[in-house]
Design a protein around this ligand. Structure first.
Ligand code: ADP
Ligand code: DP6
Ligand code: CO
Length: 344
């Protein structure tokens, strides 16, 4: 038997990906931009083992067996890596050997905290190590597992350029700034509810593309401008502009979810209370010091600079006391790259 274990980070988008132009290849209707978090606290950890004695490909997620052969996205990632192994004549083990894959997230799965991003980035990276293939195509392969996963292959600030080609060859993730460019940047994750969302991101965005009018305006007009502006803000380390664009894009994304028919409400009352709290905080400080962003779920991700963390955390603990099941906060560091760990 031969096995590899790797960990991969989540990334939290400040300009959201929401909507596909090609469901099969996972090509988006708009570009998106995120920051990859450090794996210190939130990550997916995946072990993949190959053996001549395994009868079929099997997968366990967080301790429970999940369909592998019946999951077209998993299958696509595996097929792509096997093709690479074949092309590169990698000889670590015979390609007919079946795999057993075991993955765990140390944070809530399917709760709007980017588990599919960390999960598929980790799957693809682990399989690439197992088959011993070259790593240059991993982001495009991860994209075909979950769109947001293509950004988790890189550290720092990462843009997923939507591209215009039908074959997806120009729909790629690129690092726009390395992690160390803005080392003071921090993210606080406020877990409002850790249960699985009712509507997966995949289904939510499909419904939005099919029914929302607002989504076209966002994708065609708003996002292209925001991407340019936020990249400039990141380059200048202008937190005020970075924060304002981040909050506006999150708000517009959730407006699209409500413009979807039937509407899809990912944020709840606590999420909205957090939004109000942040605006009040910024007003009191006379500047944009903290920015919220919400993925497809009720949990808040707050972007802020290190100098603000202690103050914000102490206020949050007063306003949203932590009862250990809800509203728990974790401080996240900043970006690093994917890591290979010793076999468990
Ligand atoms: P999230 O907001 O957490 O990304 P999604 O609805 O986008 O939620 O995706 C959740 C799905 O991602 C899970 O149901 C599972 O299929 C997949 N996923 C999550 N974590 C992993 C993992 N570690 N390995 C493989 N797949 C994963
Ligand atoms: C709101 O990447 O999870 O988190 O490509 O269908 O797997 P699929 O969807 P997914 O969507 C992420 C949506 C988002 C915004 C973002 O991460 O950009
Ligand atoms: Co996801």
């Amino acid at each position: 038997m031969i096995s590899e274990t790797c960990i991969a980070p989540v990334n939290i988008a400040v300009i959201k990906y929401w909507g596909k132009r090609d469901e099969e290849l996972i090509l988006p209707i708009n570009s998106s931009l995120s920051m990859t978090l450090s794996t210190d606290q939130m990550c997916a950890k995946t072990t993949a083992a190959a053996s001549a004695t395994f009868k079929e490909n099997r997968m366990w997620l967080n301790g429970e067996e999940v369909p592998f052969e019946g999951n077209p996205r998993m299958q696509k990632c595996l097929d792509a890596l096997k093709r690479l192994a074949e092309a590169e004549k990698s000889k670590r083990f015979p390609l007919e050997w079946k795999l057993h894959i075991c993955s765990e997230n140390n944070f809530p799965t399917a709760a709007g905290l980017a588990s599919s991003a960390a999960g598929y980035a980790c799957l693809v990276y682990t399989l690439a190590n197992l088959y011993g293939v070259e790593k240059s195509e991993l982001s495009s392969i991860a994209r075909q597992g979950s769109g947001s996963a293509c950004r988790s292959i890189y550290g720092g600030f990462v843009e997923w350029v939507a591209g215009i080609k039908n074959d997806g060859s120009d729909s790629i993730a690129i690092q726009v700034q390395p992690a160390l460019h803005w080392p003071e940047m921090r993210v606080l994750i406020l877990v409002v509810n850790d249960s699985r969302k009712k509507t997966s991101s995949t289904n939510g965005m499909l419904n939005s593309v099919n029914t929302s009018d607002l989504i076209k305006h966002r994708a065609n007009v708003c996002v292209p401008q925001r991407i340019l502006q936020i990249k400039e803000a990141i380059a200048r380390k202008d937190f005020k502009t970075f924060g304002e664009i981040t909050m506006r894009d999150s708000n517009q994304f959730h407006a699209i979810c409500l413009d979807t028919y039937p509407p899809c409400a990912y944020m709840n009352d606590t999420s909205h209370a957090i939004v109000n709290f942040i605006h009040q905080y910024n007003e009191t400080r006379g500047d944009v010091k903290v920015a919220y962003t919400f993925d497809a779920g009720p949990n808040a991700c707050l972007y802020l600079l290190e100098e603000e963390v202690a103050n914000v955390l102490s206020l949050l603990n007063k306003v949203f006391p932590n009862d250990n099941s809800e509203n728990s906060e974790y401080v996240k560091g900043i970006p690093i790259d994917l890591q290979k760990v010793r076999p468990a």
